[in-house]
Design a protein around this ligand. Structure first.
Ligand code: NDP
Length: 541
């Protein structure tokens, strides 16, 4: 075993350090003694606080506990188990209210700290600095038009310049704009419906933890049901969206630009601790692109969290369904390749939304709340455009291609492609679940056999399981799926744009994340890299 690399210790000592590390995470800035207290202890230490927050709940707790004591004498078996559960639940409720109180106090203190601090500028830039940011901002919308216009019913080639309409207004109209805004408004309403738990994100630089309502999967299912109702009642959605694809796309691009400008202006008024670590250079163009503010909100409505998973991702699935239904309307059949790719992509989106919503409820993992986008990147043009325009209108390229140009692959080719997708999905899911579970509870029994490296921050780095195979096994699985989505399109080059672009994005992202981990973990990260030399593809890269 390499120095500093250990297997997870046996369960007895595990429990101890587990409560210690959890408490430490919650009570930033407190003494180590208080940080090591378990939630139960914290509760008994401050009963008055809990009471003042919810007196009726506490008195109910006392009443029920008294009943419990009496009942134990009467029925010691099944009932006692129920009673124990009851007491346990009451403990949890009471611990949660004391945690909520602590979180309020911490957030209030953080707010005061916010107002006191002077602004600090970011020096290091990414993406080629302001010049790179300008280039990417102008070129990405053009790439979107180029790729989509190059793929038509009659031909799909990257070698010929696609025909841009001479009349620019053919790419924009009011009806398409209203459709786009109607979709955004519908998703915003779904996001605000009080379904799904409200959870705290990771601590911000100020120590504050923002709250998020996680109901993405609910929004997904509600959107599919609403779409089904529209189709059932013959609302001409399929015809309209298919015909106005480019115009809706234009609305999404224009709105992304306007929203990003608004976000930049808004960010100039917020305290420095609310700014993104990488988006505070003082250069307006660069900060606009990277995102000046980390978590812009309107009231309690978190714009980044909303855009990350809802309008774009769910919109992508709805566009795909529109293409499948269009194929059905045209041919009275569901083309196998198109249906297969739409099924793959629906699984991918459903997975993201399922783990956003249910992971928190089942306490399995933090999913989206721990991704780089949420915890590190600001919310600027890069993410706004990616979430609202790029993802829905470019990721549906393969289904749009297959609607018009099905190469009619043999069943065994499709079966092989399906296997690749399943294998990719399993790798992606397992890697993400392993890492998230490890971050939540490094001593979980399912991780007992996995080696890990300690770091000076107190966190450990996994070097066992998939995370010992390469540094980003989750990216590897994602790439396998990307390839499986394009292979059904046969030999045409354009549908392979997605896996090629995605490989470039993930290679760059792995390097960005590696640089951040190097800053966070120093020599431990170097040891990790020595132990796991391959970045994404074992024995290749
Ligand atoms: P990761 O989920 O890999 O998260 C990176 C963080 O994980 C690091 O900063 C570090 O954070 C922690 N980490 C890294 N290595 C280890 C280790 N060995 N052991 C324990 N923790 C480790 O990256 P992303 O947030 O980029 O990706 C999330 C998912 O989203 C991936 O599956 C990716 O493929 C997918 N994705 C999809 C995109 C799309 O357009 N479809 C775009 C981008 C991503 P810390 O130590 O602080 O916990």
């Amino acid at each position: 075993m390499a120095t500093g690399m250990v297997k997870s210790p046996p369960s007895k000592s595990r429990n101890k350090s587990r409560s210690r590390s959890r408490s430490r995470g919650r009570s930033t800035g407190k003494s180590s003694r208080s940080a090591s207290k378990s939630p139960a202890r914290t509760k008994s230490k401050s009963p008055s606080r809990t009471q003042s927050k919810s007196p009726s709940r506490s008195s109910r707790t006392r009443e029920r506990t008294t009943v419990v004591k009496k009942e134990i004498v009467v029925t010691p078996t099944r009932q006692s188990t129920r009673i124990a559960d009851l007491v346990d639940n009451e403990k949890k409720v009471s611990t949660r209210s004391s945690e909520l109180l602590k979180s309020e106090v911490r957030n209030n203190m953080a707010d005061k700290k916010d107002k006191a601090k002077p602004a600090a500028k970011t020096r290091a830039t990414e993406f080629g600095g302001p010049v790179g940011a300008l280039f990417i901002t102008l070129s990405l919308p053009l790439v979107m038009y180029y790729i989509n216009l190059a793929c038509t019913k009659t031909k799909c080639t990257i070698l010929e310049l696609p025909k841009f309409p001479k009349n620019i207004w053919l790419l924009f109209d009011m009806e398409a704009t209203l459709l786009f805004f109607g979709w955004l408004a519908f998703q915003a309403v779904l996001a605000m419906i009080p379904v799904g738990r409200v959870v705290e994100g990771l601590p911000l630089p100020s120590g504050k933890r923002l709250k998020y309502r996680c109901n993405g999967f609910f929004a997904f299912v509600a959107s599919l049901i609403a779409f089904g109702i529209c189709v059932y009642f013959n609302v001409p959605l399929v015809k309209m969206v298919h015909a106005k694809f480019f115009r809706i796309m234009t609305s999404a691009i224009l709105f992304s630009a306007i929203l990003s400008i608004f976000l930049y202006i808004k960010a100039r008024a917020v305290p420095v601790t609310q700014l993104a670590p990488g988006g505070n250079t003082g250069n307006a163009l660069y900060d606009f692109f990277i995102g000046h503010e980390l978590n812009p909100r309107i009231g309690s409505f978190d714009l980044k969290f909303f855009c990350e998973l809802r309008p774009g991702l769910i919109g992508w699935v709805i566009l795909n369904f529109i293409f499948v239904l269009k194929a059905y309307q045209d041919t009275q059949a569901f083309p196998p390749a198109l249906t297969l790719v739409v099924a793959f992509q629906t699984l991918y989106v459903a997975d993201a939304l399922w783990f956003e919503q249910w992971s928190v409820v089942l306490a399995i993992q933090d999913a989206i709340l721990t991704t780089m986008d949420i915890i590190h990147d600001g919310f600027g043009f890069m993410l706004v455009f990616g979430d609202l325009a790029w993802v829905p209108f470019l990721y549906c390229l393969q289904p749009r291609f297959l609607l018009d140009n099905d190469p009619k692959l043999a069943w065994y080719s499709l079966a092989g492609i399906a296997l690749l997708n399943v294998f990719g999905y399993m790798t992606f899911r397992r890697a993400n679940s392993q890492k998230n579970e490890f971050r939540k509870n490094p001593f979980h029994p399912s991780l007992a056999d996995l080696e890990s490296i300690p770091t000076s921050s107190g966190k450990r780095l996994l070097v066992g399981g998939l995370w010992g195979m390469c540094r980003k096994p989750n990216y590897l699985g994602d790439l396998m799926m990307a390839l499986a989505w394009s292979l059904p399109c046969g030999m045409s080059l354009i549908p392979y744009f997605y896996p090629v672009y995605f490989a470039i994005l993930l290679v760059h992202r792995e390097r960005r994340d590696g640089a951040q981990c190097q800053k966070k973990y120093g020599s431990s990260w170097n040891r990790y890299c020595e132990r796991v030399p391959y970045r994404i593809i074992p024995y290749v890269y």
